[in-house]
Design a protein around this ligand. Structure first.
Ligand code: SF4
Length: 212
């Protein structure tokens, strides 16, 4: 992480984009409160990233240079992180690849994380990057992502929302939906307890409201 920005928020981790899009409260618990707990999903994810995270090493295959665990940053967006793999092709195409567990499936949070990587690389290398891919370890298949203007705009919106959330220092309310049972932070977050408490508070307030 680098120096504080104008709003007092440190550089945002590229992985925060993925967490925020999954659940803003989860993102705040991890990046604001420093909470983290593993479950089967996070452990699988860590295990499957190992191939890329083992070291900062460089491989070459069929004329394509592969760089693993490449550090990346964007001064303009205030982002920093690492790319699992970046392919450098002989025709000067630069192509980021992010490893994810599970089968080939489109998730917006994965696409935004990859888009953030592409924008960092564009700024660092002063080039344009049109496409990258998510490699789904479960099905051993790639899903190509095109960095269309809509996705870039969505990313900038999410960066700005994370920045505001961290600057305000407030924990967003829980989703309390179908995502929660899969979330490794459910025992820290206690979504149903928080929602029930809020419901009780609201009911108590309404007891004393005089309706016209
Ligand atoms: S348990 Fe649900 S509300 Fe809480 S952090 Fe996880 S996904 Fe978000």
């Amino acid at each position: 992480m680098s120096a504080l920005g104008k709003d007092g928020v440190e550089t945002i981790a590229v992985s925060a984009l993925n967490q925020y899009t999954y659940c803003p409260r989860r993102c705040a618990l991890i990046f604001m409160d420093g909470e983290f707990e593993d479950n089967i999903h996070t452990l699988r994810g860590t295990d499957e990233h190992d191939v890329a995270d083992r070291s900062f090493h460089v491989c070459a295959t069929e004329g394509v240079r592969l760089e693993y665990a490449l550090p990346i940053w964007s001064t303009r967006l205030g982002l920093s992180g690492r790319c699992d793999v970046v392919e450098f092709h002989p025709d000067a195409t630069v192509y980021p690849v992010e490893y994810k567990h599970g089968k080939k499936q489109r998730w917006l949070n994965d696409d935004l994380q990859l888009t953030a990587q592409a924008l960092c690389l564009e700024e660092m290398l002063n080039i344009g990057i049109e496409r990258g891919a998510i490699f789904h370890r479960g099905s051993q298949r790639r899903r190509e992502v095109e960095f269309i203007p809509g996705l870039r705009a969505e990313l900038e919106k999410a960066v700005s929302a994370i920045r505001s959330m961290l600057a305000a220092g407030l924990l967003p309310p829980p989703l309390n939906n179908q995502r929660c049972p899969q979330c490794s932070l459910k025992n820290v977050c206690l979504p149903s307890v928080v929602v029930a408490k809020e419901r009780n508070r609201k009911a108590a307030r309404q007891l004393f409201e005089v309706k016209p």
